[in-house]
Design a protein around this ligand. Structure first.
Ligand code: PMP
Ligand code: GLU
Length: 394
């Protein structure tokens, strides 16, 4: 059978496939420490589950008009309250996860020949979404020497011919968070170009130490007209399986996404919308989110320290999200447990086979020197996995 050229060019998501492989091994009774999964290990808070259950029991089981009037109003209030953004409900659309929102925005904006600037390392799905929509991804390289951050100069050099810039702060996979000042400098550079910015703010609540989160579009009054802000409930409320995300931005783009969704998916799940509404409006929410954040912060410290204590491993301390992205390349060219390791894929495969530790290679994120380890798991698992890794590399 001849599949489309479009799909033939797309590899499966490395994050999803390695997480699935690790879960399968666990299912077979193999004692794998799973640092591959990009999802919080906590259960969804009870008050959110109760709201969805009540909606289901009340017969909330039909197609809904639009994305749900009340939910859009609540997201609009959240944007005003927490992000200093005035975006009316009609300029917001809810989707099946933020992933869906970003992909639909690519479909709404890109034509063949359009380029999209993506600071590298990047989340594995951005370049593939851009390609699926017919666009051309262009990486803006960064490295550990500048904490994985792009500079305004880099942007100005590349920005004049590109259509979209994707910003992701806090960043998956590097854990980097731009400061307000750094973002303001980027905003100034953006305003000298015609770039539309996709600001993926899915990890906004997961910041550590003195780090403060800033919404990109709030930095200048001209930015809301050319920024699409993406977010969702997956990471903030530990609701990855609920599949609910959203996009907020210029009316023309949001209307185009709604038009596309009218043929593609219709509107988000009825009773899931009730859970999302509770997440954004219930007074218990801030406490629930903060309690998860605090635990991530402790785990972040532990994983970073333990990684840096291993010979030949260098890890920049994350300021957000829940990933460590250490440089392990000094081990390339060595034989580890009888296996010649030459790249991040080989390193991750060897760690799984020899140490029973699952992680994602850096190559699909655009950085082959590194591997990605998620600390969205218990302290016991972090210690157990790092003990095994330390032993494997000693
Ligand atoms: N953006 C980034 C950077 C992510 O890591 C994820 C996690 N999958 C998403 C978007 C999408 O999350 P979801 O579709 O679960 O809302
Ligand atoms: N965002 C998570 C990750 O990077 C979930 C999997 C995915 O959607 O890529 O692992």
């Amino acid at each position: 059978m001849k599949l489309s050229d479009r799909i033939a060019a797309i590899p499966p998501s490395a994050t999803i496939s390695i997480t699935t492989r690790a879960s399968q091994m666990q299912g077979e009774g193999i004692d794998v420490v799973n640092f591959a999964a990009g999802e919080p290990d906590f259960d969804t808070p009870q008050f959110i589950k109760r709201a969805a259950k009540a909606a289901l029991d009340a017969g909330d089981t039909k197609y809904t008009p639009g994305s749900g009037k009340e939910l859009l109003a609540e997201i609009s209030k959240k944007l005003q309250r927490e992000n200093n953004l005035q975006i009316p409900p009609r300029q917001i659309v809810t989707t099946f996860g933020a992933k869906h929102a970003i992909y639909d925005a690519c479909l709404a904006l890109l034509d063949p020949g359009d380029t999209v600037l993506i600071p590298s390392p990047y989340w594995v799905s951005y370049p593939e979404m851009v390609k699926l929509a017919g666009g051309t991804p262009v990486a803006l390289p960064t490295g550990p020497q500048n904490n994985f951050k792009i500079t305004p100069t880099q942007l100005l050099e590349a920005g004049s011919s590109a259509k979209v810039l994707i910003l992701n702060s806090p960043c998956n996979p590097t854990g980097t968070t731009y400061t307000r000042t750094e973002l303001a400098e980027i905003a100034k550079a953006v305003l000298k170009t015609d770039l539309i910015v996709f600001s993926d703010e899915i990890y906004e609540k997961l910041v550590y130490g003195d780090t403060k989160f800033t919404s990109f579009a709030s930095l200048d009054e001209q930015l809301p007209q050319r920024t699409v802000t993406f977010n969702g409930l997956s990471k903030t409320f530990s609701m990855t399986g609920w599949r609910v995300g959203w996009a907020a931005g210029p009316g023309e783009i949001i209307d185009a996404i709604k038009r596309l969704m009218s043929h593609e998916t219709t509107n988000p799940v009825s009773f899931v919308q009730a859970g999302a509404l509770a997440a954004y409006s219930d007074p218990q929410a801030p406490q629930a989110v903060e309690s998860m954040r605090k635990q991530f912060e402790k785990r972040c410290g532990r994983m970073t320290e333990r990684l840096n204590a291993i010979d030949g491993v260098k890890c920049v301390r994350p300021t957000g999200a829940f990933y460590c992205f250490p440089d392990v390349s000094s081990h390339y060219g060595r034989s580890i447990g009888g296996v010649e390791v030459t790249d991040s894929a080989g390193f991750a495969q060897t760690a799984l086979a020899k140490a029973r530790v699952a992680m994602v290679p850096g190559a699909p994120f655009g950085e082959d020197r590194c591997v990605r380890l998620s600390f969205a798991t218990s302290m016991e698992q972090i210690d157990k996995g790092l003990d095994r890794l330390e032993q494997m590399l000693s």
